[in-house]
Design a protein around this ligand. Structure first.
Ligand code: C5P
Length: 236
């Protein structure tokens, strides 16, 4: 998967966190040619399943399937084989599943779906130092993110999901060829909602994000296609 540095272009992914299948399809149709990528997460995948993914794919969109896999190596590898016939281009897994899990995942991806970008999730943004301490993890959130990011790269992973605030550190630590996908992005003036450490699309792109993920500011807008167009012009 080419990085923004290689394409000169940070790309927008719309998070389809929508209750109803028909509403999601309508939204995707409304954004038309302005939008290339969508993210389908657990909310919709657990309700509507693989056929829904195929339906969105048939509308001409590239799909980031955000399933955050975390299990024993064999099960994760089998899950990757199972999604390999879906029209998806990115898939997430938890880096805290460890080296062996990630190595098996990469092997399964290379064998079954060579054009799929696996993305590692390090520390969930809902987690803070107290939450880590409760699980017996004494290190800071930042150290843990760096540790897990390095472990992911050592295990053969070539992409990560992270906050836009972590992008420059991770590019410095891991090299510019790592693909970084960042949620927590808000166009200037948009409501932050529950996102705490936000950045604008332009700043995230400047920091080195390869892809930004934006949900509510687009799907809650009166004219989603116009917001997509504005974000895209900010990115270019
Ligand atoms: O609506 P909003 O733009 O906040 O949506 C962001 C999307 O990115 C949601 O689907 C959310 O689950 C996802 N996400 C996130 N923070 C992370 C990982 C994923 O906001 N650390």
């Amino acid at each position: 998967m080419p990085t923004a540095r290689e394409t000169g272009n940070c790309q927008l992914i719309l998070a389809l966190d929508i209750e109803e299948r028909a509403d999601a399809i309508e939204l995707v149709k409304k954004t038309g040619g302005e939008l290339e990528w969508v993210k389908i997460g657990l909310q919709m995948f657990t309700r509507y399943g693989p056929d829904y993914v195929r339906e969105i794919g048939a509308l001409g969109k590239k799909i980031f399937l955000d399933l955050k896999l975390h299990d024993i190596p064999n099960t994760v590898a089998k899950a990757i084989a199972s999604v390999s016939d879906l029209p998806i281009h990115m898939l997430t897994l938890h880096t805290c599943g460890g080296r062996e899990m990630m190595e098996w995942a990469v092997k399964a991806q290379q064998e079954h779906k060579p054009d799929l970008q696996l993305l590692g999730v390090t520390v969930l943004t809902s987690m803070d130092a107290n939450g880590l301490a409760e699980m017996g993890i004494a290190e800071s959130v930042e150290n843990r993110i760096s540790r897990l990011a390095r472990l992911a790269q050592d295990s053969g992973m070539t992409g990560l999901v992270c906050s836009p605030h972590e992008v420059s550190l991770l590019k410095q630590t891991l090299g510019s060829s790592i693909t970084l996908v960042t949620p927590g992005v808000r166009p200037a003036g948009a409501d932050a909602g529950d996102q705490k450490r936000i950045m604008t699309p332009a700043k995230a792109a400047e920091a080195g994000s390869d892809f930004i993920v934006v949900g509510r500011p687009i799907y809650q807008a009166d004219d989603p296609a116009a917001v997509v167009a504005r974000i895209r012009s900010e990115l270019s």
